[in-house]
Write a protein that binds this ligand. Structure first.
Ligand SMILES: [Fe+2]
Length: 385
C-alpha cells in the first residue's frame, strides 16, 4: 500500500544497531521490497537471521494443466461445482491462466497452520466469498470476512485461519504487483476525493506476533510453477517490529462506493485494483442511471483486446439470465458481447441493482485449464440467440 505503517519496536534510525534486551546481541534487519530496490518496501527487525535454511526437501510441480490454449468461446463456469479440499494450497484450483496471472477458486476446509506459505512469484489477491478468519503474516494479522479482498505482496510468509470449514475464495496470482488505480492517487500516493474508497477503508495488519523459537519450521514456497519445501531453523514469525509501505492489507467490497451517472457508466468506474496486465473491478449495489430515457443495462461492447472474467458473488445480476452465486463468465477478446436477450428491455425503468460481482479484465488472452473445462456449462456461447 502506498502509505506508511509501522508495528512493534524499531530503532530510531534505519540501518543502525538495534540491541536485544539484557545484552543478548542484535536484532537482524531485513529489507523486504519488490521491483529490486525501486518498489514499495518495509524494514523488518527479526529475532533470528531470516536466512537459516536447515533443509531443502522435495519440490512439487503445480503448473496448471492447459486444456484450451486458443479460446474463442464465451463460457460459463459453475464455480461451486468445485469440490472442497482440506488443505489450503491443495484446495486452490487454477481455472484461467496466461503469462501474467493465474485465476482460480478455492474451497478450503481447514486452516493453514501446520506449515507456512509464501508465493515468491506473484502478488496474491484473495476475495472472500464464504467464510471468515485471520490472515496471519510475518508483518501482523489481517482479519477477514465475507466480501473482503486480501492483497498479499509477493514474498509475504503467511498462514490463514478460518472460523469454519465452509469457505469459498476467489484467488488471483499476479506476476506484476497489485496496486490501487493510479488515477485515484495523487502525486504523493494519497487516494483522491473522487476515488471509490479511501485510506480509512484499508485494513492494515495488526497484532504483530513474535515467536523466539528455534526448531524445524516448514515454509512451502511457490516459485516457477513449483511448490518448494524448505525447512528453516527459526520460527518465521519472529519480527519484533517493522515499518514501511510493503505489507498485506484488506479492503471490503462493501466499502466500495459506486460511481453512477445520468447515463450508463463504463466498466472503469468499477475499477478497484490495477496491475501491468489486468484490472480488477467491483460491481456493487447502486442506483441506476437517471436520464429519463436511460437504459441501465450495459450496451454491447467489443472488448477487442482484453478477455473479461466476471465472478458472480450475490444479488440478481441484471445483465444476465440464469446466473447464480459462484458462476464465472468468460467473454474472450476479439468478439463483442452484451446483455442477455431481454435484459436490456427488462432494465428500463429499474431504479437500482443489488448485484455483487468481481470482474477481472486481462490484457492478454486467457487459456482454460483441465479443471475449468470440467465445470464449463458448454452452451453459454449461444446464449444471445
Ligand atoms: Fe463486458
Amino acid at each position: 500500500m502506498p502509505f506508511y505503517h509501522t508495528l512493534g519496536q524499531i530503532p530510531p534510525k534505519r540501518h543502525t544497531q538495534f540491541t536485544k534486551p539484557n545484552g543478548q546481541g542484535f536484532y537482524y534487519e531485513q529489507l523486504f521490497g519488490t521491483i529490486g530496490f525501486e518498489g514499495m518496501s518495509s524494514l523488518l527487525y527479526e529475532v533470528h537471521r531470516p536466512t537459516m535454511v536447515r533443509e531443502v526437501l522435495d519440490s512439487v510441480d503445480v503448473t496448471p494443466k492447459l486444456a484450451v490454449e486458443k479460446n474463442m468461446l464465451s463460457r460459463k463456469l459453475i464455480g461451486f461445482n468445485l469440490k472442497p479440499a482440506d488443505d489450503f494450497l491443495e484446495s486452490r484450483i487454477p481455472l484461467l491462466v496466461n503469462n501474467d496471472l493465474i485465476f482460480g477458486l478455492a474451497a478450503p476446509r481447514q486452516s493453514l497452520t501446520s506449515y507456512f506459505y509464501k508465493n515468491a512469484d506473484s502478488d496474491e489477491l484473495l476475495f472472500v466469498h464464504k467464510g471468515s478468519g485471520r490472515l496471519r503474516t510475518l508483518l501482523g494479522t489481517v482479519p477477514f470476512q465475507y466480501g473482503d479482498y486480501l492483497v498479499i505482496p509477493r514474498g509475504m510468509i503467511y498462514q490463514i485461519e478460518f472460523d469454519t470449514d465452509a469457505n469459498r475464495l476467489l484467488y488471483v496470482e499476479s506476476h506484476s504487483p497489485i496496486y490501487t488505480p493510479k488515477r485515484y492517487r495523487n502525486h504523493f500516493g494519497q487516494l483522491l476525493e473522487h476515488a471509490p474508497f479511501c485510506e480509512r477503508d484499508i485494513v492494515r495488519p495488526c497484532d504483530l506476533e513474535t515467536y523466539d523459537e528455534t526448531g524445524d519450521f516448514l515454509i512451502k514456497i511457490k516459485k516457477q510453477g513449483a511448490i518448494h519445501s524448505l525447512v528453516y531453523a527459526s520460527h518465521p514469525f519472529d519480527v519484533v517490529g517493522w515499518d514501511g509501505y510493503n505489507y498485506p492489507y484488506g479492503l471490503s467490497i462493501f466499502n466500495f462506493e459506486p460511481i453512477t451517472g445520468r447515463v450508463h457508466q463504463p466498466p472503469p468506474v468499477h475499477q478497484t485494483f490495477q496491475t501491468d496486465s489486468f484490472v480488477v473491478c467491483s460491481f456493487v449495489p447502486r442506483l441506476f442511471d437517471y436520464h429519463p430515457l436511460a437504459i441501465p443495462a450495459p450496451y454491447n461492447h467489443s472488448n477487442i483486446d482484453s478477455d473479461e472474467v466476471i465472478y458472480y458473488v450475490d444479488g440478481d445480476f441484471m445483465s444476465r439470465n440464469d446466473i447464480a452465486q459462484g458462476h464465472i463468465t468468460l467473454h474472450p477478446g476479439g468478439i463483442p458481447h452484451g446483455p442477455a436477450p431481454g435484459a436490456m428491455e427488462r432494465s428500463i425503468g429499474k431504479k437500482e441493482t443489488q448485484e455483487y460481482a468481481v470482474m477481472v479484465d486481462t490484457f492478454r488472452p486467457l487459456m482454460l485449464t483441465e479443471q475449468a473445462l470440467l465445470i464449463d456449462d458448454g452452451k453459454y456461447y449461444k446464449s444471445w440467440l
